[in-house]
Design a protein around this ligand. Structure first.
Ligand code: ADP
Ligand code: ADP
Length: 229
């Protein structure tokens, strides 16, 4: 069964701007794929519907076979435990250490301190941040900040990771590093959806690509088709 299903989803913002038009697709467990399209094509809007920052105007979003329309307003937090989000500007708390930033989602769900410590240290090691736990975000390089943002998004072991232009501010070497990191997540059962307008980067990854154009899903390219090009 898919981890995510969009069924004829449309989004019209207040004011009349139509950001998505009858979009349908599935994401399978453990799949990594890209979402691409020009600026304003609807990529961020699509991601927002998945983590319930926005609601669809028409159509259905199913997450683990659960209709997200049934998640009542004000009750989004439980759903968000299963969906990790990485933002381009990482949105770290600047007055908290690396350790505290990563621990936060676990603290909020009331996990025991010992368990939090184990999980945070394990993810710090995996992301090559083992010695940066006491640093403040402002003391980190751009690549390190982005890795902390990723650590915070995956520490709760979400079913699905969403990343909105996660390499937007990074040089090509760091971008490749971050992508390799994402690519390693499906092995652990997390599906990964990355929105990016960097077509070169997307093609190099040789994964499935969803293409949005003015809110319409105009292409769903399989890795095999990319290999042919
Ligand atoms: P992308 O992420 O591909 O750049 P967006 O999803 O941000 O695209 O935007 C899709 C369209 O919806 C654009 O025309 C944008 O101006 C519009 N839009 C996005 N957010 C809002 C909003 N909160 N209110 C009104 N219009 C919006
Ligand atoms: P967030 O990133 O916190 O979800 P947004 O950037 O989506 O916030 O939107 C913040 C506010 O700015 C929204 O209430 C929306 O009305 C407005 N807004 C954002 N993008 C657009 C846009 N492209 N066109 C018109 N209004 C927008």
């Amino acid at each position: 069964m898919p981890v995510l299903r969009f069924d004829n989803v449309s989004k019209v913002y207040a004011g009349g701007r139509q950001a998505l038009r009858e979009v349908s697709f599935d994401i399978q467990p453990g799949e990594m794929l890209f979402l691409t399209g020009h600026s304003g094509a609807g990529k961020s809007t699509l991601l927002k519907l998945i983590h319930l920052a926005e609601r669809p105007s028409r159509g259905t979003v199913l997450f683990n076979e659960r209709n997200l329309a049934k998640v009542r307003r004000g009750r989004e937090a439980l759903h968000r435990r299963e969906v990790g989000v990485v933002f381009q500007d990482h949105r770290l708390l600047l007055d908290r250490s690396v350790y505290e930033n990563i621990a936060l989602p676990l603290v909020l769900r009331g996990m025991k301190r010992g368990e939090i410590g184990k999980r945070v240290r394990s993810i710090l090691e995996r992301l090559g941040l083992g010695d940066r736990d006491r640093a403040l975000p402002t003391q980190l390089s751009a690549g390190e900040q982005q890795r902390v943002g990723i650590a915070r998004a995956v520490v709760g072991e979400p079913r699905l990771l969403l990343a909105d232009e996660p390499t937007g501010n990074l040089d090509p070497t760091l971008s490749a590093e971050i992508m390799a990191l994402f690519a390693s997540l499906p092995e652990r059962g997390t599906s990964v959806l990355v929105a990016s307008h960097d077509l070169g980067l997307v093609k190099r990854m040789k994964r499935r690509v969803l293409v949005l154009d003015h809110g319409q899903l105009v292409d769903d390219i399989s890795p095999e088709d990319l290999a042919d090009e």
